[in-house]
Design a binder for this molecule. Sequence first.
Ligand code: ATP
Ligand code: ZN
Length: 223
Amino acid sequence: MKPRDRLRIAMQKSGRLTEPALDLLNRCGLTFRQSRDKLFCFGEGEPVDLLLVRDDDIPGLIAQGVCDLGIVGRNVLSEFKGVTGDGAAALAEWRPLGFGRCRLSIAVPQDMEYHTPQDLAGLRIATSYPGLLNQWLREKAVNASVVTLAGSVEIAPKLGTADLICDLVQSGGTLVANQLREADVLLQSEAVLAGPDALPTDERGDMIDLLLKRLDGVIQVRE
Ligand code: ATP
Ligand code: ZN
């Protein structure tokens, strides 16, 4: 791939992370010219551009070198690392960003007893995070079947396609609305700055260094 002389950051086009991510970049002194319905936003002052995409695509774009950095949930980054896990996609979490906090949790029907992960043996668990769930089941030595769904995971028990779910939880409101309750936590998540394992050795590495310094300043001020 042709070396780029501008830094490219991937972030969610439209969703929970969009506003806080843009706000954070603005606080780091980065402003962007294009309107937000575009895929590509040209950076005005600094040589830093934005790519606005679905959050699920962000780790892949960094792994492929299409983008240098990304702002994405730890849940999405960890799922990608676990599933690919082949070194070619050596991605790292560079900074936790303090927004988009949620948990990847096991949620069971209100009336189901849950004391330990072993209670899940033989049951069907619906999730959009099969990599993380399978890893957790392996660690706990539980033999359960994983039903992978792209969305609307919380209605799977009602539909009868699964006995329970493994999904993102923030306030728990969605669970209550679906007669489910949080029973165990697999991962504490928040938005993170993701990048390759090692800094690029060209000018982009210097730009990333500068951005990280500003980011640390901004995050400290906020805390
Ligand atoms: P996209 O169209 O980009 O694929 P999405 O529907 O997958 O969007 P959002 O629902 O906007 O994504 O969530 C983005 C991220 O926000 C999640 O991956 C997670 O890290 C974080 N998040 C925080 N709270 C929640 C929650 N209650 N439910 C889902 N995600 C949450
Ligand atoms: Zn998504």
